[in-house]
Design a protein around this ligand. Sequence first.
Ligand SMILES: [Zn+2]
Ligand SMILES: [Zn+2]
Length: 101
Amino acid sequence: MGWSIGYDSNWRRDVGYGVPAYCDHPTCKKVIDRGLAYVCGGEPYGGDRGCGLYFCEAHLTWGVRLPQLCEKCRKRQRPFKPKPEHPRWIKHKLTDESWAE
Ligand SMILES: [Zn+2]
Ligand SMILES: [Zn+2]
């Protein structure tokens, strides 16, 4: 099924549904994963319209002819600052080599 873990060279961080992460909204502490269900733009790295950051359901909006977008991209503003990696993911990367091919 592919895309459990990948690398986003734009934001320089790990992505995919195997990666636990905080919602990238500045005031949100919800833990999600970096799968396609949560990416702004609806495609890896954000597609044509999205910033490629990851948000919980409360911080994505769906338009009629638009992909899921964060509030910044919906208004065509500059994206939020990406959040630091989740501590669980940092620990996983430090202690488990199996994720790397
Ligand atoms: Zn966005
Ligand atoms: Zn959120």
